[in-house]
Design a protein around this ligand. Sequence first.
Ligand code: HEC
Length: 156
Amino acid sequence: MGSPMKIQTLLVTAALLAFAGCSKDKPAAKGETEAPAKAAAEKAAPAAAPAPAGEHPIIAQVGGEAATVFKQRCGTCHGLSGKGDGAAAQALNPKPRSFEDAAWQATITDDHIKKVIVEGGAAVGKSPLMAPNPDLKGKDDVVAGLVKIVRGMQKK
Ligand code: HEC
């Protein structure tokens, strides 16, 4: 017990837990002084703090599964900035919608956005290139998070 690697792993794990806010009010874990944990937490912070370049900050603000789904699926076409400039956008016609467009945002309801996300573009008379996400049916919090992200990308 107690190889340097092991101790470091333990410290980093404890720091990450503290950073996630699980143990804010709890005393430091056994056998550990506060200082190294703090230093490790500070080290871990930049990864979670500012959004990477080109990624709209609303994604991290909403967080959770919605953020993951947006980055893994929606961003491919709509772009992580929401401008409609994802890697796959080039090949698509019509182009993925830009969520920055305030005029479009004003014409559309949250329920419409939810329907488009779960059932796809074809379900609302839009292009079938806007892919359905049937696995999100019933995952109301994830879909609501995605709506928040789409809304948050509007340019003011
Ligand atoms: C394979 C590419 C692709 C992916 C992945 C994709 N979209 Fe789209 N999306 C499109 C295209 C293309 C359109 C434009 C359809 C049209 O105008 O007919 C669109 C349109 C939309 C619209 C506007 C619909 C309207 O009525 O104007 C919303 C909202 C939307 N997408 C949200 C999302 C969200 C949220 C995700 C992730 C869950 C996502 N899209 C994933 C291609 C994609």
